[in-house]
Design a protein around this ligand. Structure first.
Ligand SMILES: [Fe+2]
Length: 302
């Protein structure tokens, strides 16, 4: 997403430094009004502050993206997004949060923008998903460096209505709480990146997208599924945790799950012994394919 965000320090474009929040290598502050944030970095969404132009921009982003997703997004994502009826204006997070709580006991909380890793893990562990309150500017229509409300809401919220995926997200947060070193945070960052942000899922009609980073991208939706260039490798927790990733270009490798159950089950064991084992193994470059790996063909050109 941004060449100044370098693993292992961040995941999901979110800052991992201790408070006060610093951005990337600290050369500029994150966007957002942190003065309004509570100690846990949440804030109330100032919905009245969005302008008509903001709502119109959001609606155009939504319309463009929904046009990209037919036969590309996972069934669970498509069904949940449609039920949200959030195409026309920037959503009221409290209203969606109530629906979400009834569905999976998750809630949405507004945040000013990038938040520290520890705060992020804590919120996920409490089944609270942080949604950035600001929307990108018009001149960022095609690309925004930091996650905005369009990415966070459109890309992430629909799958929180899926019970198994919702449990996976909480398990991830709980795993983050237990991560005690920068190295283990890096392994977790890679897991988040290659699943929650850039994951693909197998279906009986070919590969489908469930990763928010792809689902909210105007161009990676098609690339991730049909371009012959990237590798599409069967999900393997240890392999993912060893794999570096691209933050400034399309992914060179995607990992494909069979089901959200597979994701959730992978996070069930204590990661501590795995971290120990990984410390003795070399990293895997983002573009590497290992001997004997199970790969998937791209979807036929549609
Ligand atoms: Fe994201």
């Amino acid at each position: 997403m941004n060449d100044r965000i370098v693993p292992p320090l961040t995941r999901d474009g979110r800052n991992t430094g201790a408070a006060p929040v610093t951005y990337g290598h600290g050369e500029r502050p994150p966007r957002g009004d942190y003065a309004r944030a509570r100690p846990d970095y949440t804030c109330s969404q100032d919905w009245a502050a969005y302008s008509r132009a903001d709502h119109a921009l959001y609606a155009r982003l939504y319309a463009r993206q929904i046009g990209q997703l037919k036969d590309r997004a996972s069934d669970a994502f498509v069904a949940s997004l449609a039920a949200l009826d959030a195409a026309q204006t920037i959503p009221h997070l409290d209203e969606v949060s109530e629906k979400l709580y009834r569905a999976t006991r998750w809630q949405l909380v507004a945040v000013p923008g990038l938040i520290p890793e520890e705060a992020f893990f804590n919120l996920l562990a409490e089944r609270k998903f942080p949604v950035t309150e600001w929307l990108r500017r018009e001149d960022e229509f095609d690309y925004v460096v930091e996650p905005d409300i369009f990415h966070d809401f459109f890309g992430h919220v629909p799958l929180l209505f899926d019970p198994v995926f919702a449990d996976y997200m909480q398990a991830y947060g709980l795993g983050g709480r237990k991560a005690t070193s920068l190295t283990s945070c890096e392994y977790l960052a890679r897991l988040y990146w290659y699943t929650v942000e850039f994951g693909l899922i197998q279906s009986d009609r070919g590969l489908r997208i469930y990763g928010a980073g792809i689902l909210s991208s105007a161009t990676e939706t098609r690339y991730s599924l049909v371009d012959p260039a990237p590798h599409r490798v069967a999900f393997d927790l240890e392999r993912i945790m060893r794999s570096r990733y691209r933050i400034d270009a399309f992914q060179e490798t995607y990992f494909v799950i069979d089901s959200f159950e597979q994701l959730f089950e992978a996070t069930a064991p204590d990661f501590a012994p795995l971290y120990e084992r990984l410390r003795d193994l070399p990293e895997i470059p983002a573009n590497a394919l290992l001997p004997g790996e199970r790969t998937y063909s791209p979807n036929p050109l549609a």
